[in-house]
Design a protein around this ligand. Structure first.
Ligand SMILES: Nc1ncnc2c1ncn2[C@@H]1O[C@H](COP(=O)(O)OP(=O)(O)OP(=O)(O)O)[C@@H](O)[C@H]1O
Ligand SMILES: [Mg+2]
Length: 374
């Protein structure tokens, strides 16, 4: 079907995946945006949970950018220890607040941080060459943020992948909570993608962070909104826009990242090849081929039970835990299936909605293809 419009070569691909999206690349989330904005603008803490690549960062970014207060942002996944957490947090403060002011407040620290300023970029490098216990350093930095909030608007502190806290130090949740529970001038946004760990931190009555703030779970993007988003872009490149948008979403099941990835590829293919024939199907095959090595590696790391469960779900749309499923897949005990499902969910391979489904629809398709070929 050569129905591609003449001017197609002059247009930019309107889809984007892999990094934070905003403006024209960002769709829907209107209700979520308003709700979150209201919570943060009224200076309440937020705990946001969603699986990987659901759009947490993009949404929080949009919300905090609409509020005129200093934002300090740190991803705990990249921290190597408590002292590193403290120094990276302090480094972020130097990006937001005047040097002289910080220098003055730092003089109250119980240790002396070493600051190095790059005269060209004005970037500040910080190291803590001291024998003071690393938690004391972290405590001083958090208390500094509280101090900064005293005479200006309340800073918003966003800690991404917050569940990683437990990996930095076993009792860091308790210690950190004991410091920040006295803070009145800081607004915390704590995000995480490992739902089971996040729930353990924030919903377990015995946890120091129990009921620390408003819990907010982010879902996939609404089908109608996502369809409109895709359609309003594909309309400028092909008459087949409606069918193409529908087929993309049927495959991606409205997952924000994978939908954008497929839409990006479909657009590129239409542009390059000038045809829409089988374009969604062929794009899916292209993407699977591109990731063949990664999928191979991921697959070889699963144990046998996990492999059986994944194959079962890939083919049967998760009619799980039924006797038929178990006997067909040689899974004998329910508890084995149950712990396998839990493990796969924790690893982010499966998502639990009303049913269990693959997080990555391309991985699912890869399994189906491999099983059908071999
Ligand atoms: N509102 C949105 N509209 C359109 N696409 C979106 C939206 N939110 C997220 N996406 C898509 O998902 C991708 C991942 O978004 P983002 O990095 O915000 O998610 P995340 O949940 O923070 O991911 P991670 O788990 O990797 O930190 C984006 O690059 C984009 O392709
Ligand atoms: Mg993120």
């Amino acid at each position: 079907m050569r129905n591609v419009y003449q001017f197609v070569n002059h247009m930019n691909n309107p889809f984007k995946f892999g990094s934070v999206v905003s403006d024209d690349y960002f769709t829907d989330r209107h209700e979520e945006y308003l709700k979150l904005r209201q919570i943060i603008a009224s200076e309440n803490h937020v705990i946001m949970m969603a699986p990987r690549r659901f759009g947490k960062t993009s949404l929080i970014n949009k919300v905090v950018n609409s509020i005129d207060r200093p934002v300090i942002w740190l991803d705990l996944q990249l921290m190597t220890g408590v002292a590193d957490f403290a120094s990276q947090l302090l480094k972020q403060l130097f990006k937001k607040y005047p040097f002289e002011k910080l220098k003055f407040l730092i003089s109250n620290f119980r240790f002396v941080p070493v600051l190095q300023i790059d005269p060209v970029s004005n970037n500040v490098e910080i190291s803590f060459q001291t024998k003071v216990e690393s938690f004391v350093q972290l405590e001083d930095v958090f208390n500094l943020i509280e101090k900064l909030g005293e005479d200006r608007t309340k800073p918003i502190v966003v800690l991404d992948e917050f569940q990683e806290l437990l990996g930095l130090d076993k009792s860091l949740d308790k210690k950190l909570r004991s410091v920040i529970q006295f803070h009145k001038n800081v607004n915390y946004v704590l995000m995480g993608s490992v739902e089971s760990l996040m729930r353990q931190i924030f919903e377990n009555k015995k946890s120091p962070f129990y009921h620390f703030g408003q819990i907010f779970s982010l879902n996939k993007i609404d089908l109608t909104d996502f369809r409109d988003f895709l359609d309003s872009r594909f309309i400028s490149i092909t008459e087949e826009h409606a069918g193409i948008s529908e087929a993309i979403l049927e495959f991606s099941k409205c997952h924000p990242y994978y939908t954008q990835q497929l839409a990006f590829h479909v657009w590129m293919k239409i542009e390059r090849e000038g045809t829409t024939e089988n374009v969604v199907k062929n794009s899916i095959s292209d993407i699977i081929l591109m990731h063949d090595n990664d999928f191979d590696r991921i697959w070889s790391n699963f144990n046998n039970t996990d492999k059986k469960i994944l194959i079962g779900i890939a083919f049967s749309d998760s009619k799980l835990l039924t006797d038929e499923f178990k006997s067909k897949n040689n899974l004998n005990a329910s508890s084995t299936v149950f712990s396998g499902l839990k493990r796969l969910q924790e690893k982010g391979v499966l998502l639990k909605t009303e049913v269990y489904e693959f997080d990555d629809p391309f991985f699912r398709e890869w399994i189906i293809k491999k099983r059908n070929v071999n």
